[in-house]
Design a protein around this ligand. Structure first.
Ligand code: COA
Length: 699
């Protein structure tokens, strides 16, 4: 029984029970309609809607979007509830999100536990609230607040919701008892139904100009995304049209959204994030190890960010640096970063202080003896890492997990210096580690299953998206990035200017272009790592000579005020630099490259195909478990636009045959081995299969 109806004295109680999150599937909608109809027919005086399990309705069933909608639709259910002659009260615990919150808006009163949250996160799925949200919320809280809530998509605490006027009462636990008491109070007071549809939108001076300004702000903040603008259309309609006409307009927009490419991509990412921590073939009975205390070695930007990630999850951390000066600098940097978070209003002073208090410092390896997990974030050199792991092997307790944050190096080789390779794993964070959600969990040859299970559970506990990767140079993300970065260099030497390369890729939706990223992180990093390679290992000189020349000219990127661009010392605004164009021309002629005009389309295709072709290799080698894992890596670690679903999703939507032809053309034109179509791509195209078919066969 997904929905049941029973009487408690003078009250009718509708209970939804659809684990895990009480999503509004077709069966639930049907059950709700039946139950509210039944409640009209008996002599109950008010109706309470509540949910079993860990949460109130967390939304419509996302897996039903994109398919034909089976009646009754949610707006039909909501209309029946709102029309009830008896007051209907929604009792919220956990989260009331999306369609779940819209369901409560069709009720006449809303009460919630203080621990509950509400919200309309449809925008994060490329959708809009489609069951009255865009019409009812402005009537409750005004256009501006409604726009902020729906275009932001964030959850709101029950107390905030009460202060805004979204809910009517905060309840004490247990929810059912308190909600019934509230309903009895309403009945005793003779309070009848109060329908939001009958309310008018508060006059809060939101007019045509304010809407235009809001749209323009969203155009910058939500660059490339369609849904935020459509939410504005719907709120404008709410102000201009009678309620029922506004509802019809909203519904038409919603249905169109469910069919959109952006929504398909964002729904794919929603499920990709939730699939990623599931490790194929791992025994379900594997018990993760307990992690109560963590240590981080290295107090630089990366180590400090990792320490903050643990403290933010309430886990005490010890930060180790080799000397007191380094330690002081590391702890000061952490304090500064928390200060910035407070100044942005994201944390209160007390919250920041409590988190910072969880981070202590040491210069003594012996202090790591009680840690359940130690992560090193020291200089990226195999010799240094081996030395660190040698120390850890001596001081850490039995069963402690020893992790490396290396971006490229061979974890098997690192594990081999310890007497306990089964406890060694890669935990690759992305900078800034306290912000970026991706966590690559690298399984080495001998890593124990319970270590992998622990890493996945811990990643989720920290609010990260943990993705399993196998050992290879650069794992999933950086291995693909090398191919992408190569194309940026080649496009420049062949004829594009830095602005064109970065401009085209940011237009595609990347958070930043590859060359601007290089300037931000420092061109010396790549330079130094290339210096350690032989000429043969470095590969085609055309793919690095421009970068090397700039570094040798002292142009290391933003930190020196110049890299691929010139930066204003005060505003950091970037501009084209004729000096760079001269370097490009000079290197092109030195290497016999005849520069030509590159189309925007060619630049996009080369960068994307470089990612995708390598992605197929990574899949076939088993370095990534599934195509959607690669997508999660690129969206959460590399600024790939979530509304395009990640490189592998993009490849599927474009069609594997079209992708194959594009890669093959590049191969035929350049003769470069890296452009030979990946064997898995070729195989799938020849057998007319999709990536889903391949996943299903992999079983
Ligand atoms: N429709 C279908 N499935 C859903 C769902 C929805 N609206 N919300 C969650 N699920 C599924 C998840 O895919 C996951 O399935 P799995 O166990 O097979 O992987 C399961 O429910 C648990 O979700 P998860 O996110 O892992 O649990 P959580 O406790 O961390 O978070 C929520 C719970 C409700 C906060 C979170 O799931 C969420 O934000 N859901 C989406 C809410 C939303 O966008 N609603 C608007 C839709 S209109």
């Amino acid at each position: 029984m997904l929905v049941s109806y029973h009487r408690v004295d003078e009250l009718g109680v509708i209970t939804i029970n659809n684990p895990p999150v009480n999503a509004l599937s077709h069966g639930v909608r049907n059950g709700l309609l039946e139950a509210i109809t039944k409640a009209q027919a008996d002599d109950s005086q008010a109706v309470v809607i509540l949910c079993e399990g860990r949460t109130f309705v967390a939304g419509s069933d996302i897996s039903e979007f994109g398919k034909p909608i089976e009646a009754p639709s949610l707006p039909q259910v909501n209309a029946a509830i709102e029309a009830s002659e008896k007051p209907v009260i929604a009792a919220i615990h956990g989260t009331a999100l999306g369609g779940g919150f819209e369901l409560t808006l069709s009720c006449h009163y809303r009460c919630a536990l203080a621990s509950a949250t509400v919200g309309l996160p449809e925008v994060t799925l490329g959708l809009i609230p489609g069951a009255g949200g865009t019409q009812r919320v402005p009537r409750l809280i005004g256009a501006q607040a409604a726009l902020d809530m729906m275009t932001g998509g964030q959850k709101i605490t029950a107390r905030k919701a009460l202060s805004l006027g979204l809910i009517d009462r905060i309840l004490e636990e247990p929810v059912e008892e308190a909600a019934l008491a509230y309903a009895r109070e309403l009945v005793a007071g003779g309070t009848g139904p109060r329908r939001i549809r009958d309310m008018s939108i508060p006059a809060d001076s939101f007019d045509g100009e304010a809407f235009a300004a809001y749209r323009s702000m969203l155009g910058k903040r939500k660059r490339g995304q369609e849904s935020p603008q459509i939410i504005v259309d719907c709120v404008e309609a709410a102000m201009a049209k009678p309620f029922d006409e506004g509802l019809v307009y909203e519904r038409a927009c919603f249905v169109e959204r469910t069919q959109s490419e952006q929504s398909a991509a964002l729904r794919h990412i929603f499920f990709a994030e939730r699939q990623a921590p599931k490790v194929l073939g791992l025994n379900k009975t594997t018990v993760p190890r307990s992690i109560e205390r963590v240590a981080v070695i290295g107090g630089g930007t990366m180590g400090g960010g990792i320490a903050m990630s643990f403290a933010n999850a309430g886990i005490p951390v010890t930060l180790l640096e080799l000397n007191q000066d380094g330690l002081d600098a590391g702890l000061t940097l952490i304090g500064k970063n928390y200060g910035i978070t407070v100044s942005k209003g994201k944390l209160s002073q007390e919250q920041a202080a409590a988190r910072q208090a969880l981070i202590s410092g040491t210069t003594d390896y012996e202090a790591l003896a009680s840690a359940d997990l130690v992560i090193e974030a020291v200089f990226e050199s195999m010799d240094v890492k081996r030395q660190v792991f040698g120390h850890l092997d001596q001081v850490c307790k039995a069963g402690a997990i020893l992790a490396s944050n290396t971006s490229y190096l061979d974890i098997d080789e690192i594990a081999a210096v310890t007497s306990r390779p089964q406890d060694v794993v890669g935990l690759h964070f992305f900078s800034p580690a306290n912000v970026m959600r991706l966590l690559e969990v690298v399984r080495a040859d001998k890593t124990a299953d319970d270590v992998i299970a622990t890493a996945m559970a811990l990643g989720k506990r920290m609010g990260k998206v943990p993705v399993l990767a196998g050992v290879c140079f650069g794992f999933i993300g950086n291995r693909m990035l090398r191919q992408y970065a190569r194309e940026a260099q080649l496009c420049m030497i062949e004829g594009a200017e830095p602005e064109q390369v970065d401009g085209v890729l940011t237009y595609f939706g990347m958070a930043m272009g590859p060359l601007a990223v290089g300037d931000l992180s420092g061109l010396d990093i790549g330079y130094k790592s290339r210096q350690a390679l032989t000429v043969a290992q470095k590969g085609d000189p055309r793919s690095y000579v421009i970068a090397d020349t700039l570094v040798e000219m002292g142009r290391l990127g933003q930190k020196t005020g110049a890299g691929y661009y010139r930066y204003d010392p005060k505003t950091r605004a970037r501009s084209t630099d004729p000096e760079v164009l001269a370097v490009i021309e000079e290197q092109a002629s030195k290497y016999g490259v005849k520069r030509r005009e590159l189309s925007d389309e060619e630049i996009i295709d080369r960068h994307l195909m470089a990612l995708i072709n390598e992605g197929f290799r990574i899949l076939e080698e088993g370095i990534a478990q599934r195509p959607s894992d690669i997508d999660a890596v690129y969206v959460h670690g590399y600024g790939f636009p979530s509304y395009r679903g990640g490189p592998m999703f993009y490849a599927s939507r474009r069609g594997l045959k079209a992708v194959y032809e594009c890669v093959e053309n590049l191969y035929n034109r350049t003769g470069e081995a890296h452009w030979s179509p990946a064997p898995l791509l070729t195989k799938l195209v020849e057998s007319n299969q999709t990536l889903e078919d391949w996943m299903a066969n992999k079983g």
